[in-house]
Write a protein that binds this ligand. Structure first.
Ligand code: FAD
Length: 291
């Protein structure tokens, strides 16, 4: 099923689409492990599961299509295959489109990708500069195409307004839904949503939430995507600095409260960066739907 249709139907029914994000494990990927994780998530009846794609050289690119296919074909859950264009050539995009078609994929999240540490496989004169550059071809090929949104502005972008203008370009290119980068303070999402509305963003924007699991993970996220850390998060990180189990529990609890608040304030969709953990998905779904 197309994700834009999922949002349309949910709107008509007054329902709230909930999705999970999965990453193909690197190196030691086994389809069995992916199947196990996705199988446990399927029991929670998410509206879709998205599967990330490596922009760099981690070698798990092929797994995205395999896992997205497995999720839909075996588990009956709509899936979204991520695709990054930072190291993609025009010919490579055509091949990806054929590959995705062969895997029965209906939905693609079009991304530029982060510049990998080893940038040797990025062409000097790239065929595609931004995510918006690959959207029209994916739409023409019949896919439902989504893209990334940034509630605090993209880390490379000078200000939020410019970031929203770039978002609008992705919508104009044919994106029919957006998934946001993680954020720890819902006020940023509400302010972003207001400004995006004013800028003419009319497609659904689903709010992305990642429970924090460790201080290192939070530090990585903050430096990678520039998410602001509100003082309640800083206090929890300090309180449980030497107690990893309690810190993980506090991270899941914090994310659950964020999700409930977003649900109660009319978010159009909730997307959980569930980090391949069945327990995280279960706790978040239970907070959202009381299941
Ligand atoms: P773009 O929309 O192309 O934007 C990149 C930068 O260019 C931004 O600063 C933007 O403001 C700027 N820009 C855009 N258009 C213009 C223009 N016309 N002129 C000037 N500047 C412009 N990464 C992965 O490697 N694999 C994944 O699977 C993956 N999944 C993700 C899923 C979600 C929901 C999110 C939010 C991010 C994901 N990422 C993933 C990370 C993402 O690739 C990075 O955030 C990357 O830095 C930007 O990707 P983008 O598609 O948003 O890029």
């Amino acid at each position: 099923m197309r994700v834009d249709d999922i949002f349309k139907q949910a709107k008509q029914a007054g329902a709230l689409p909930v999705s999970f994000e999965m990453f193909p494990p690197k190196g030691d990927l086994t389809m069995e492990k992916a199947r196990e994780v996705a199988g446990s998530w399927a029991e929670l009846h998410p509206d879709f599961i998205s599967v990330t794609y490596s922009a760099g050289g981690s070698g798990n690119k092929g797994a995205t299509a395999d896992i997205a296919h497995m999720i839909t074909d075996e588990l009956g859950i709509p899936s979204v295959a991520h695709l990054t264009c930072i190291s993609l050539t025009r010919e490579g995009l055509k091949e990806k489109i054929e590959d995705f078609r062969a895997h029965g994929i209906r939905n693609v999240l079009a991304l530029r990708g982060d510049v990998p540490h080893d940038a040797s496989n990025i062409p000097d004169t790239p065929d595609f500069h931004y995510a918006k550059d690959i959207i029209p071809q994916l739409v023409d090929a019949g896919f439902c195409v989504g893209a990334a949104a940034y509630t605090e502005g993209h880390i490379e972008c000078d200000d939020l307004q410019t970031s929203i203008e770039h978002l609008k370009q992705k919508q104009d290119a044919g994106a029919s839904f957006f998934v946001t980068q993680l954020f720890f303070d819902n006020e940023y999402f509400y302010r972003f949503r207001e400004r995006a509305d004013k800028a003419g963003i009319t497609v659904p924007v689903t709010a992305g939430i990642m429970p924090f699991m460790s201080k290192d993970q939070v530090a990585r996220m903050v430096f990678m995507c520039g998410a602001s850390l509100p003082s309640p998060v800083i206090k929890l990180l300090a309180r449980y600095e030497n107690d990893p189990d309690s810190l993980r529990a506090a991270g899941i609890e914090y994310a659950c409260r964020q999700l409930e608040n977003l649900r109660d304030h009319g978010a159009e969709g909730l997307h959980v960066y569930a980090m391949n953990r069945p327990s995280v998905a279960r706790a978040c779904m239970s907070a959202i739907r009381g299941a």
